[in-house]
Design a protein around this ligand. Structure first.
Ligand SMILES: [Zn+2]
Ligand SMILES: [Zn+2]
Ligand SMILES: [Zn+2]
Length: 348
């Protein structure tokens, strides 16, 4: 991620709502990728105030993006992708929603930086992107559903709200024997399924996909059942970034895409803070992969120095590097240079 400043010059961060230096209220403008000072709170209710904090920021404190003044429901371009928000009659869900929104905004930032075209499901039902944040009985005994799986179907990313609760998430992580589990990681993975839908008609990319990942038409339910019954294929670490990636070619792709976003965003952060020697613009994608390997070893050691777990407990071997190269080729094929259209309000 790039570094941000308040218009007064002080450093602010992607989640900032107030400048700690000049104390003015701020909002992030995704069209310009910069922070703007909000007018006085009172002015927000005036119909012609031209800069508005997203209504989800005003009402619930869960968003710091700027909304178009004529936007539907007063929502920013990021919040307009929400189809179902957590049940707010349970107060703990406001905190969880805040965590989810922060992850979702980082996801959207990453996709926008890459120029990935995002169409909403309001515009393109059945294919465009929307989010459902749902509860099941594991986090709410009164919930209707006993089990909600985080996943992707027909443009809809479903995230189980329990993933935003550190204690509940840790239980799931232990049960699945995973080395890394975060809201952002889930969302980046699921966005891979959306990006896949952008090149299903591209014969050339589909051929390369089949050569690298395998046959995407392999029976999905059977493959997942096999994975959950028997675990990963033996020697999974020879060909895959995670055990789960070995379950099905489309899951391998989504895992790869998630890691591609990890690499892209975190390297950008490192470059912004001058933590890597060569500016990113001077690096080929191969060199970026090597930078990422070096950097991740370094920050894992930093974490260990602080008594924390590794931030990136994964190994990028040559086979995985090839898959990341493919993700980069997909980005080049689908990306739009038009940031304005990439962040246009999904519906109004
Ligand atoms: Zn300031
Ligand atoms: Zn918003
Ligand atoms: Zn998946």
């Amino acid at each position: 991620m790039i570094r941000f400043n308040c218009p007064c010059g002080a450093e602010v961060f992607f989640e900032s709502r107030i400048c700690q230096f000049c104390k003015r209220a701020l909002a992030f403008n995704p069209s310009t990728m910069s922070f703007e000072v909000l007018p006085q709170q009172a002015a927000l209710t005036e119909p012609d105030a031209d800069k508005t904090l997203c209504q989800n920021g005003i009402d619930f404190g869960v968003c710091n993006w700027l909304a178009h003044k004529d936007a539907s429901d007063g929502l920013c371009s990021g919040c307009q992708y929400n189809r179902t928000i957590p049940n707010l009659s349970r107060t703990e869900n406001i905190k969880r929603w805040e965590v989810i929104e922060a992850g979702k905004k980082r996801l959207l930032y990453g996709l926008l930086r890459l120029g990935i075209p995002i169409t909403s499901g309001w515009q393109l039902p059945g294919k465009g992107l929307l989010f459902d944040f749902l509860e099941d009985q594991r986090s709410n005994p009164e919930a209707e559903a006993s089990f909600i799986t985080t996943g992707f179907l027909d443009g809809i990313i479903t995230l189980n709200v329990l993933e935003a609760d550190p204690a509940l998430r840790f239980v799931e992580q232990q049960a699945a024997n995973e080395v890394y589990r975060t809201v952002l990681g889930h969302l980046r993975h699921e966005s891979g399924h959306y990006v896949y839908s952008l090149f299903t008609e591209d014969h050339c990319l589909q051929q390369s996909f089949a050569a690298l990942f395998g046959d995407s038409s392999e029976d999905y339910n059977q493959a997942l059942q096999r994975f959950y019954a028997n675990g990963a294929t033996p020697d999974w670490d020879r060909d895959y970034i995670t055990p789960y990636a070995s379950s099905h070619p489309l899951e391998d792709w989504a895992e790869t895409w998630g890691h591609y976003l990890h690499l892209h965003d975190t390297l950008e952060t490192a470059a912004s803070f001058k933590l890597i020697p060569t500016p990113l613009r001077d690096q080929t994608f191969d060199e970026r992969i090597q930078s990422w390997r070096d950097l991740s070893v370094g920050f894992n050691e930093l974490n260990r120095s602080m008594g924390l777990n590794d931030a990136y407990p994964f190994v990028i071997n040559e086979k995985v590097a090839e898959k990341l190269q493919f993700a980069n080729a997909v980005t080049d094929a689908v990306k739009t240079q038009n940031l304005e259209s990439a962040v246009a309000p999904p519906h109004s």
